[in-house]
Design a protein around this ligand. Structure first.
Ligand code: ZN
Length: 310
C-alpha cells in the first residue's frame, strides 16, 4: 500500500507572555484551548494547544510561551506564514474585528485566485486567513463567532527556503504531495490523499537572510501519520534517505518523530491518536492543567512557578 501524508497535524510556535497569547487565540480568533499542559522538556513553561472543538489534526496551533524570550526574525529556513481557512465572504467580519482589537493586518490580496488576509499575533507571528468555499470542514464557533465567518482549521503553511528543490523532492517522493500550481517564486504542493490542511507552499528566497526562531516564529511543522505503524514506515524511509530522525517520542496526545528537512525547517510526523480526550472529557478540554505522569509528583511546585493566566 502506498503511504501518503494526508496533511498538516499541528504547527508549534513561540510566544512571549502566556496570558496575552491565550487571550488572542481564544477570544479574538475564537479557537478552543483544547489542552493546557507544560513543555515536556521544560515544565516551568506552558504548552498551549488551540484548535477546533476536538483539536482535530489539521486544526492545532500550539505555543510555548516563554516570558523572557528575545524576538525572532522571519527569514529563510523557516515556516514564515501559517494560514487558516475561513468561509467565503467573511473578510468584512474579520477586518472589523481586527480594527476593534488593534490587530495589525494588511489589506486583503489575491494569490492563486484566492483571497487572503495577512495579520500578526501579539508576538509578531505572521498568520493568514484564506477565504474559500471549498473547505468542507465544520467551523469552530468559539467565543460567539458565527459559523459563516469562523475558522475551520489550517489552510496551508508557507516555508521560505534558500533553495526549494530538495524540500520539494521530500514532499513529492516520500510524503506523496504533488505540485499543483506556481506563481513567481511560490510553489504549491497538495497532499495526494487530502483530508483538510493538505497544502504546503514553498517560497524560494535565494538571497534572503536566514530567519531566527524565537518569539513570534514557528518552531516546527508537524505532519500527520494515521498510527504508529504508518509513522514507523515514514521513519524507516527517512533514515534510508540519511535524515537524522529521532526515535518515536511519547507526547501523551500523539507519538512524534522529528527531523530537519533539507531547507532547515524542523519537521515532525505525529500520529492522529490518541488525541486530546485521552486525559479529560471533551466538554472540559483545556480547563485543568494536565501534566505528563513524570511531573505529577511535582504538581504543586510546577503550578506555583507557572505564570498567572488570570
Ligand atoms: Zn509538535
Amino acid at each position: 500500500m502506498d503511504r501518503m501524508i494526508k496533511g498538516i497535524h499541528h504547527v508549534t510556535a513561540i510566544a512571549g507572555n502566556a496570558k496575552r497569547n491565550l487571550d488572542f487565540y481564544t477570544r479574538i480568533l475564537g479557537l478552543r484551548l483544547v489542552k493546557k499542559t507544560v513543555n515536556f522538556d521544560d515544565p516551568g513553561t506552558y504548552h498551549f494547544y488551540f484548535g477546533n472543538e476536538v483539536g482535530e489534526p489539521g486544526t492545532i496551533l500550539t505555543f510555548f510561551p516563554w516570558e523572557d524570550i528575545i524576538q525572532g526574525r522571519r527569514g529563510s529556513g523557516q515556516a514564515t506564514e501559517t494560514a487558516f481557512s475561513v468561509p467565503g465572504n467573511s473578510f468584512d467580519f474579520w477586518l472589523k474585528r481586527f480594527d476593534q482589537e488593534n490587530v495589525i493586518y494588511n489589506k486583503p490580496a489575491k494569490r492563486f485566485d484566492e483571497e487572503y488576509l495577512t495579520f500578526l499575533d501579539p508576538d509578531g507571528l505572521k498568520l493568514e486567513l484564506v477565504s474559500t468555499n471549498n473547505d468542507t470542514r465544520k467551523p469552530y464557533t468559539g467565543n460567539g463567532i458565527p459559523a459563516s465567518y469562523a475558522i475551520k482549521g489550517f489552510y496551508n503553511v508557507t516555508l521560505s527556503l534558500e533553495g526549494y528543490e530538495k524540500t520539494a523532492q521530500l514532499l513529492t517522493d516520500l510524503f506523496g504531495y504533488q505540485l499543483i500550481s506556481e506563481e513567481v517564486n511560490r510553489f504549491r504542493f497538495a497532499s495526494g490523499a487530502p483530508d483538510g490542511a493538505s497544502l504546503i507552499d514553498l517560497v524560494c528566497l535565494p538571497d534572503g537572510h536566514r530567519g531566527q526562531v524565537a518569539a513570534g516564529s514557528v518552531h516546527h511543522v508537524a505532519f500527520r501519520a494515521i498510527d504508529k505503524e504508518e509513522q514507523l514506515f515514514f521513519r524507516e524511509r527517512l533514515a534510508d534517505m540519511n535524515f537524522n530522525v529521532t526515535p518515536p517520542i511519547n507526547r501523551d496526545y500523539f507519538m512524534s518523530i522529528y527531523f530537519r528537512e533539507p531547507g532547515g525547517v524542523l519537521f515532525e510526523i505525529a500520529t492522529d491518536s490518541p488525541g486530546f480526550t485521552i486525559d479529560e472529557p471533551l466538554e472540559t478540554l483545556g480547563k485543568a492543567l494536565k501534566l505528563p505522569r513524570m511531573y505529577e509528583p511535582r504538581r504543586s511546585d510546577i503550578e506555583k512557578a507557572l505564570p498567572s493566566l488570570d
